[in-house]
Ligand binder design. Structure first.
Ligand SMILES: Nc1nc(=O)c2c([nH]1)NC[C@@H]1CN(c3ccc(C(=O)N[C@@H](CCC(=O)O)C(=O)O)cc3)C=[N+]21
Length: 299
């Protein structure tokens, strides 16, 4: 095999942002509406800071309003919940994202479940997780978590119909693994959600036509774990130390050796990371439309 095709998330995300911008422009001209996205950042997690910065910039570039609320790591959960309540009630805010992880003294799930599900552009609220699982449409459609949605859009673009394919998701988080499994099931894949306790993980992965790695362990998935010709989605964004006190971003897949075997693979950086942010913007438009009773576009 000549080596895997690169699934260029960065380029796809740029196209998606153009579609988002066009929808924002028509919401403005036809309905006098400007979508607004509020991001709440508690404390100073470095990964979250990177994310918040590029997200705020891209939100404004798409013509939407961006509201950033920085809170000290020492705020109480009550203060954070009061902020969420204020944003729930604010008609200029159509999407709310509370950056995770929250400081240790807070209960992530309690804070997420305080967000109005209609404004939950992360798709992490129990109502949205439940709607994703039950496959609700129309008024009962979920907000779909941004990272799995980004993976799905790239997979659809590359593979088209996924019906009957074997999909293995490595990682069982509420943010990526579990919702990714649901989306692949909706595509009629045969889905396995594998994790750190899975017996003989390499041979489970070797069955996969679609392999999604979302474990947060640098280069854990090796070339010989991959079925020849498989489509590999690398969700990991790990910053590792290299010589000279520098750092380098690597995924959860050992990309160089995986390329020799896979049919297609997402790079890190420039793969799922940019897709996640573009899907957040798309979700903000979707949320705005649903709140206003306007038909939401298909992204
Ligand atoms: N409620 C919540 N929702 C999130 O979606 C969320 C969060 N909290 N907390 C933090 C993580 C992190 N995250 C990233 C998204 C994109 C890139 C991204 O675009 N990365 C670039 C590289 C950026 C760089 O150079 O560091 C890339 O992969 O090409 C990174 C990280 C979303 N998160």
């Amino acid at each position: 095999m000549a080596g895997a095709v690169t699934l260029d998330g960065k380029a796809f995300a740029a196209g998606l942002r153009e579609r988002v911008s066009a929808e924002v422009a028509s919401l403005k001209s036809e309905h006098g509406l400007t979508p607004g996205l509020a991001v709440v950042l508690v404390g100073e997690d470095p990964a979250s800071q990177v994310y918040v910065r590029s997200k705020g910039k891209q939100t404004v570039e798409c013509g939407m309003n961006s509201f950033e609320h920085k809170m000290d790591a020492s705020v109480s959960q009550e203060e954070l919940l009061a902020k969420v309540a204020e944003l729930n009630a604010d008609p200029a805010v159509h999407g709310i994202l509370v950056q995770l992880p929250l400081p240790k003294h807070m209960d992530d799930l309690a804070v997420i479940d305080a967000i109005d599900p209609a404004k939950d552009v992360d798709g992490f609220h129990a109502i949205n997780a439940g709607r994703l699982m039950t496959g609700g449409k129309g008024a009962a459609a979920p907000m779909v978590p941004c990272t799995p949605l980004g993976c799905l859009l790239l997979l659809r673009d590359h593979l088209g119909d996924m019906s009957g394919l074997t999909a293995v998701v490595v990682g069982r988080s509420n943010i990526v693994g579990k919702p990714m499994g649901q989306l692949l099931l909706q595509e009629s894949c045969t889905v396995t959600i594998a994790h750190s306790r899975t017996k003989d993980l390499p041979s489970v992965c070797r069955e996969a036509d679609i392999l999604v790695a979302a474990v947060g362990r640098p280069e854990m998935v090796k070339g010989d774990w991959i079925k020849p010709g498989a489509t590999v989605i690398d969700v990991g964004i790990n910053r590792i130390d290299v010589e000279g006190g520098k750092t380098r971003l690597v995924g959860d897949v050992a990309t160089a050796e995986a390329r020799e075997v896979a049919g297609a693979i997402t790079p890190v950086p420039g793969g799922i990371g940019p897709m996640t942010i573009a899907c957040l913007l798309a979700n903000t438009v979707t949320a705005t439309c649903r709140q206003a009773g306007i038909d939401a576009p298909d992204f």
